[in-house]
Design a protein. Structure first.
Lengths: 202, 686
């Protein structure tokens, strides 16, 4: 009786004390959203999107795998979408985000030659940085600087708006970090990006 | 300086008469092992002279090694010869001399020379051609009448190679430098040192680039014409520079000669002991862009401005903005302008910065290429002083616009002084049939470097046509007029706010907007937040405006947490309802019922297919509409209805008609489309 008198409230207290709701940054969804936006912007300068080598690799892996693994994989495939559906999604379809994406898409055509010449590149903080101003013709250097300033203003607004539109302004830094990674991953051939404290070319 | 001479041997082959003409064949050979001083050394010296006829001789001087002072290099195998040394009344003359150096800091040299020697204070040597830095140098050295002279004529010297010869000409580390130098330099000196200098030089094919790309030049031709003379401790100079060809980038300014050669000049003196540079006159002329001129005084080892007057004049405000202003405004809301007209500016600077400024505008037109604002033809002048009282500045503007809202002509009378602007009289700006009256305006921070501009203002709005205003903004057209007060407007840190609230008289009632803030109003993504309260709006006036069908009665409401992003609705919490004390008739037309039904349910009520079509209007008890917008989704609600759904219109009397919403969640774009469809179907603006 004593055990019940003491034990049940204690158990109840422990149970209630353990109920904590954590809203974690939805990294996978954010990365997917970032990839959608980044590809959308970068393809503004090219007629055909860059082929995804990852998809090709995945396909060939499936065709060569053990049938048992394939069956297991298919089973997982049925399960995984439900799990994903339960995860937080990232909304990138707000008027502000659409306006910013549109602005970045319009600018991409002007930025592209400078990305390719190595005058600018993706830095490690999700922004565009001047890598080698000398790679731009003299008369274009101020225009380049304005393009970079405008692009970085748009990117800062984009990261802030994605965080805000999803109800978590405090996610801005994580959104920016996610984009920083995706810009580099999606950089088109010839583009420069910062890695390990130096510049590398895709 | 310590000097030591070591003689190895001395041989005299014939008697010598040094007091007069060589009367007979005489040959002298002598050698000196070395002559040394502090930091320099000349070794293996041999001198031979031969005289074959009266007044004629030949001389040969050979030096095995010559180490120049201050680490300027070493010469080997130096030979100085003159086969025709002739004695004249004013001394010995050499008309055909030869000079050779097997090795020297400027490479192997072999050239002719001529000259004469009368005494240590009267002599001249003219070296015809030295090979230097892939070009040639002609050198004339001499002394006479107490002066020493050096004339240098250079031809196509490679400036990058010059740096290898003279350290002072070496560019900063990592810089690329190419180009050629030609022209002449003349130096006159006396026992006290240099006293006159003339330079007439042309640099062509000049290209340079800093490693970070912040400074560069391409295919520049630069002409320098300078003279300087020393009086007392000061050098008085007159310098002219012309850039007839090429392009130069000095971050952030880029200039080229597409509109003509750029000219610059300065006259004044430099007093080194007093660390003073006095500019009696200076000028820079950019053809087709701007002309600058003035006077000035610089002090210190820096040197820094002590006093400078600049007069700027341009009848080409567009190129002036593009060339010299826009580069400094990149990243601001003024970095993408189209500008025309004439600009005059007088600046006076002292050691603390700008002390006085006077701006004169004539036919000045400015428009933002992104369409955010514009200023039509503007004339007038602005006077500013850092500390003292200034006359009233007057500007007249023919027209202007902010975003798409046009304004007619207005004038500004204000005093610009210190860190602020004070209106002399209210500025009345005609807008959309009414006016915006700016009663007070205080600006600060705009004229202080490193500070961000901020301002406060009070204004009122009178008689502005809502129809014109909303049409200009491409919003659904409203009828009525905008009246209100904009009290305690502030702009600071890219945040515009109206602290005192905004009262708009519209639709026979009023709309009170509070907490109006616009973040980055001229940025890519302006964010507007506000709360609004609707008081006693006449639904008759509203529905006539929106061609919604006829509704009579009053309407109250709140729209809280309004958030427009890039001027598009992002979120708000709206509740519109019939006030409890409304004493007007409550009637709603069949058309209004149809439209409200479509808003609430997305489909028409279809009254026209029922017996109710014989009724033009119905009585109602209350109207109640709640819309909660969050992103793309709008949640709709109204008065609670026991049978599910919610009342948008709760009917009264007979025939009674209720409009009950069933959809609670609707895509915002669908809701907007429903409203737009209603507008398009029945345009009836009054």
């Amino acid at each position: 009786m004593i055990k019940r008198t003491v034990g049940y409230p204690l158990l109840a207290l422990m149970l209630t004390a353990c109920v904590t709701i954590n809203i974690y940054f939805p990294a996978a969804a954010a990365e997917e959203a970032a990839r959608t936006i980044v590809r959308d912007v970068l393809k503004s300068e090219q007629t055909e999107p860059a082929p995804s080598s990852q998809e090709g690799d995945k396909q060939s892996a499936w065709t060569q795998a053990n049938p048992v693994l394939v069956a297991f994989g298919l089973m997982l495939e049925q399960l995984v979408p439900e799990v994903q559906a339960a995860q937080a999604d990232i909304d990138i379809n707000t008027p502000a985000i659409r306006a910013i994406r549109s602005s970045m898409q319009r600018r991409q055509g002007s930025l592209a030659p400078f990305y390719r010449s190595g005058a600018i590149g993706f830095d490690s903080k999700g922004s565009v940085a001047v890598r080698d101003l000398a790679a731009a013709p003299l008369k274009d250097r101020n225009r380049l600087k304005k393009l970079v300033a405008d692009e970085n203003a748009d990117r800062a607004n984009l990261y802030r708006e994605i965080a805000r539109a999803n109800g978590h302004p405090e996610w801005e830094a994580e959104v920016r970090a996610t984009f920083a990674k995706v810009w580099v991953q999606e950089a088109l051939p010839g583009y420069w990006y910062q890695a390990g404290g130096g510049w590398r070319q895709r | 300086m310590a000097k030591r001479i070591r003689l190895r041997w001395l041989l005299i082959l014939a008697p010598v008469s040094l007091s007069g003409a060589l009367a007979a064949a005489v040959e002298i050979s002598t050698a000196v092992e070395s002559v040394e001083g502090e930091g320099w050394h000349v070794g293996e010296i041999s001198l031979s002279m031969h005289s074959g006829a009266a007044g004629m001789a030949s001389v040969s001087l050979e030096v095995g090694e010559m180490v120049l002072p201050d680490g300027q290099g070493t010469l080997h195998g130096v030979e100085l010869e003159c086969d025709k040394l002739q004695q004249q009344s004013n001394g010995w003359h050499c008309s055909e001399g030869r000079l050779r150096a097997e090795e020297s800091p400027i490479g192997t040299q072999e050239t002719g020379w001529n000259g004469f020697f009368n005494s240590g204070s009267d002599w001249q040597v003219d070296v015809a051609r030295l090979e230097l830095a892939q070009g040639t140098v002609a050198l004339k050295l001499g002394a006479g009448q107490g002066d020493l002279s050096a004339d240098l004529r250079v031809h196509r010297l490679a400036v990058d190679r010059l740096a290898e010869v003279a350290e002072t000409l070496e560019p900063p580390r990592g810089w690329g430098l190419k180009g050629r130098a030609s022209g002449s330099i003349k130096l006159r000196a006396d026992a006290l040192g240099p006293k006159r200098l003339y330079a007439d030089l042309v640099l062509d094919r000049l290209n340079y680039a800093s490693p970070d790309g912040r400074h560069a030049a391409e295919n520049v031709v630069l002409k320098l014409d300078a003279s300087a003379s020393k009086r007392s401790s000061a050098w008085y100079f007159d310098i002219g520079l012309v850039l007839p060809k090429g392009a130069v980038y000095a971050e952030p300014v880029f200039v080229d000669t597409a509109r003509g050669g750029i000219e610059a000049g300065a006259k004044g003196f430099w007093d080194a002991p007093r660390e003073l540079v006095q500019l009696d006159a200076w000028s820079v002329q950019f053809p087709g862009v701007v002309g600058l001129s003035g006077t000035g005084r610089l002090r210190g080892s820096g040197p820094a401005i002590d006093d400078l007057t600049a007069v700027v004049r341009s009848d080409h405000a567009g190129p002036l903005y593009d060339t010299l202003l826009q580069p400094f405004l990149i990243g601001s809301a003024a970095d993408d302008l189209e500008v025309q007209g004439s600009v005059g500016l007088v600046l006076h600077l002292d050691a603390r910065g700008i002390e006085q400024a006077g701006l004169d505008l004539s036919g000045f037109v400015l428009s933002d290429r992104q369409g955010r604002y514009s200023l039509g033809t503007t004339d007038g002048s602005v006077a500013w002083d850092r500390e003292r009282a200034v006359p009233v500045s007057r500007l007249t503007v023919q027209d202007a616009s902010v975003y798409k809202i046009p304004a007619d002509g207005f004038s500004i009378e204000a005093r610009f002084s210190g860190d602020g602007v004070t209106l002399e009289r209210p500025v009345v700006v005609p807008v959309s049939g009414g006016e915006v009256r700016l009663d007070s305006f205080e600006l600060s921070g705009a004229l202080v470097s490193g500070d961000s501009p901020r301002w406060t203002a009070d204004a009122s709005v009178r008689g502005v046509s809502l129809e014109k205003l909303t049409t200009a903004l491409e919003w659904p057209p409203f009828a009525g007029q905008l009246e209100g007060q904009l009290r305690d407007m502030r702009y600071s840190g890219e945040l515009f706010s109206v602290g005192g609230g905004l009262e708009v008289e519209a639709f026979d009632g009023s709309v009170v907007v509070r907490g109006l803030e616009i973040q980055e109003p001229l940025g890519t993504v302006p964010i507007l937040t506000a709360d609004a309260e609707l008081r006693g709006l006449s639904l008759l006036a509203v529905t006539q405006t929106f061609s919604f069908g006829r509704i009579e009665g009053r309407l109250d409401g709140q729209i809280n947490d309004i958030r427009l992003i890039a001027w598009q609705p992002d979120s708000f919490d709206m509740h519109l309802y019939t006030p409890a004390d409304d004493d007007l008739k409550h009637r709603i037309s069949q058309r209004a019922v149809e439209n409200l039904t479509e808003i609430g349910n997305g489909i028409s009520a279809g009254l026209s297919t029922t017996f109710l079509r014989v009724f033009d209007e119905f009585r109602y008890d209350r109207i109640d509409l709640k819309v909660l917008l969050e992103g793309d989704i709008a949640e709709l609600d109204g008065l609670a209805h026991s049978g599910g759904g919610y009342y948008l219109v709760k009917g009264a009397g007979l025939p009674r008609i209720d409009v009950i919403g069933r959809n609670r969640s609707v895509a915002w774009k669908d809701l907007v489309e429903r409203l737009r469809r209603i507008q398009v179907e029945q345009p009836r603006i009054q």
